[in-house]
Design a protein around this ligand. Structure first.
Ligand SMILES: Nc1nc2c(c(=O)[nH]1)N[C@H]1C(S)=C(S)[C@@H](COP(=O)(O)O)O[C@H]1N2
Ligand SMILES: [Mo]
Length: 341
């Protein structure tokens, strides 16, 4: 059914009531919290269930959130920050994941039924021992650690997110990288039945799916490059790239590919979805750089989404390599970063 395929224009038909009058406790509490925030809590909470559901249709609140589990991990003090973390609620409600729509809230609205178990992640190509991981392996193969990184989107907003996962370098060590490999190619799941943006070009933003990304081998094995399976203390929600996504904190967010099914060691520069779509605006390197503007806007500053809401998010200066120059700048010595943007 084509309910709501253009954001803000075609809404869910009014006559379509929720499947059930029974509201799961967590969802109910969440609704109460939001209505309270909006200042009509006591009124809304006293309304019949279907009227509440109607109110939440306005905000596209899903009927139930995808389940998440607690994770066990160590906290790596080396990779923490004194900056205010973006609250969990915002991290899971403001996303880019075009497979579920191009609006910032579309992934939250459309991804809750995304199935991540079973999952299959294959690491192959120029490796000694190709490896395929199932869902449980993602949490067991390597020790999990928490790292708090800044995430800077090319659209000039940013968040501070505590990720749980493991360094990509540790995973690559398991498979043994061949000396012929120069780059690493990544691929997101292709499943148009589950991902409306992959079957409806209007929703998918023109990207040619599956979404792909790539790194140079030295970038992939840099100490900062991380595979995340969780955020805060839980497994990833679908909208954040469950069950496993890449996090490359010194590059624009589009390099941090979500819901990865394949990691392939190769001997040439792999394609990158945003670079393929608009090559003069999005480069392969995509290193955060306040001195190289996007053709349509400045990259000198960013809106930091922390407490206080999207609309009064603070504008702060953007740092070279998103503040990680010490760990990564040496990899680009002698390169013209305007040419290789
Ligand atoms: N498969 C896939 N990965 C993706 C995207 C996407 O649309 N599809 N969007 C990217 C962009 S533009 C950004 S800014 C980050 C956003 O991550 P977040 O939603 O967890 O903040 O995911 C990146 N990874
Ligand atoms: Mo982005």
């Amino acid at each position: 059914m084509n309910r709501k395929f253009i954001k803000g224009i075609l809404h869910r038909p009014r006559w379509e009531l929720p499947q059930s009058e029974v509201t799961p406790e967590a969802v109910f509490r969440e609704r109460r919290r939001i209505t309270a925030m909006l200042g009509f809590g006591s009124i809304a909470a006293s309304l019949p269930g279907y009227v509440q559901a109607g109110i939440f249709d306005l905000f596209g609140e899903p009927q139930a959130l995808a389940p998440t589990r607690q994770l066990n991990f160590t906290v790596d003090q080396q990779y923490q920050t004194s900056e205010t973390q973006t609250p969990y609620d915002k991290v899971i409600r403001h996303n880019n994941f075009y497979e579920f729509g191009t609006g910032k809230q579309d992934p939250f609205e459309n991804a809750q039924k995304f199935k991540v178990d079973p999952w299959s992640l294959t690491i192959d190509g120029l490796v000694d021992k190709p490896l395929t991981l199932g869902y449980d392996d993602l949490y067991k193969l390597l020790p999990l650690e928490q790292r708090t990184y800044r995430l800077r989107c090319v659209e000039a907003w940013s968040m501070v997110i505590p990720w749980v996962g493991f360094p990509l370098a540790a995973l690559l060590k398991k498979v043994g990288v061949s000396s012929k490999a120069t780059h690493v190619a990544f691929e997101t799941l292709f499943d148009p039945e589950q991902m409306p943006g992959q079957r409806n070009p209007l929703m998918g933003g023109g990207i040619h799916y599956p979404y792909v990304e790539g790194l140079r081998l030295d970038e992939a094995t840099n100490e900062l490059t991380f595979m995340a399976v969780g955020l805060y203390d839980k497994t990833l929600s679908p909208q954040s790239g469950a069950p496993i996504r890449l996090v490359v904190p010194w590059k624009y967010g589009f390099k941090s590919i979500k819901s990865v099914v394949r990691i392939r060691l190769v001997d040439k520069q792999p394609p990158s979805s945003w670079n393929q779509l608009v090559p003069h605006e999005y480069g392969f390197y995509a290193n955060v750089n306040p001195q190289v503007d996007h053709p349509r806007w400045s990259q000198a500053s960013e809106r930091r989404i922390a407490e206080g809401g999207l609309f009064n998010a603070k504008r702060i200066p953007t740092l070279p390599f998103n503040g990680y120059a010490e760990q990564v700048a040496a990899m680009y010595q002698g390169m013209d970063l305007r040419k290789f943007f």
